[in-house]
Ligand binder design. Structure first.
Ligand SMILES: Nc1ncnc2c1ncn2[C@@H]1O[C@H](COP(=O)(O)OP(=O)(O)OP(=O)(O)O)[C@@H](O)[C@H]1O
Ligand SMILES: [Mg+2]
Length: 212
């Protein structure tokens, strides 16, 4: 029985998800509230998930075909859900996720176009039931601008190496899901300053927790 709040951060590469989650984590730590929160990232977040993350993002020896890629993301997710997310929610904690199934719909569904978004949603239901975020922050930015933010000293992962056209489809994918899931999507203009976005996120999460 779910008691905690589930919040995800979504958006294309370099929109600022990890930056904002890290700042929120620091805020929670500073307010001595860290026992009420748990932070996870996808793919990953478990020992098995981190191995899958490495295969998906950095292992160039035999890159997965598109459908294998989809199922590797799903394997990492269902493992994380059962081992970490559901127990944390049942314990009343707020779970903050750096990406969740909306990314799979946008990247593997809409951008790679291997299955329709509906088929990916059905697959997700088969794996994780009706679990879905209560609130999803979508950090919206054009892929052109996001690419400029990339730190050239850090090697690109396999997905980041996809060209601009691919990332435009991903952006279109997130816009489409945001339109369909208006009730839980909170769209943020990711070109605003890091500090401004941080304040907006704190206020929105605190309000959501108050009205839970
Ligand atoms: N609002 C902002 N304005 C300007 N630069 C930003 C902003 N937010 C993040 N950045 C910078 O953009 C880069 C990418 O940010 P970050 O790693 O948080 O993105 P991400 O969404 O987690 O990306 P990925 O999907 O690749 O994990 C970093 O160098 C970060 O400092
Ligand atoms: Mg990140």
């Amino acid at each position: 029985m779910k008691k905690g709040l589930f919040i995800s951060f979504e958006g294309g590469e370099a929109c600022g998800k990890t930056t904002q989650i890290q700042m929120f984590q620091d805020y929670v730590d500073k307010h001595d509230n860290k026992n009420n929160f748990i932070f996870v990232k996808e793919p990953g977040g478990t020992i098995l998930g981190e191995k899958i993350r490495n295969l998906l993002m950095f292992d160039e020896t035999d890159p997965p075909v598109a459908k294998a890629e989809l199922f590797l993301y799903c394997a990492s997710r269902v493992h994380l859900v059962e081992k970490v997310i559901i127990p944390a929610l049942n314990a009343g904690k707020t779970v903050i996720a750096d990406r969740f199934f909306d990314s799979t719909i946008a990247y593997q569904g809409i951008a790679r176009n291997i299955f329709s978004p509906e088929e990916i949603i059905n697959l997700t239901h088969m794996l994780i039931g009706d679990l879905k975020p209560d609130l999803t922050f979508y950090l919206k930015i054009s892929p052109e601008l996001a690419f400029k933010r990339k730190n050239s000293d850090i090697p690109l992962d396999r997905i980041e190496k996809e060209g601009l056209e691919f990332h435009k489809k991903v952006a279109y994918g997130f816009d489409t899901i945001a339109e369909l899931e208006k009730d839980r999507f909170f769209i943020i203009d990711a070109t605003k300053s890091i500090e401004e976005i941080h304040k907006l996120i704190i206020n929105t999460i605190n309000n959501k927790l108050k009205n839970k």
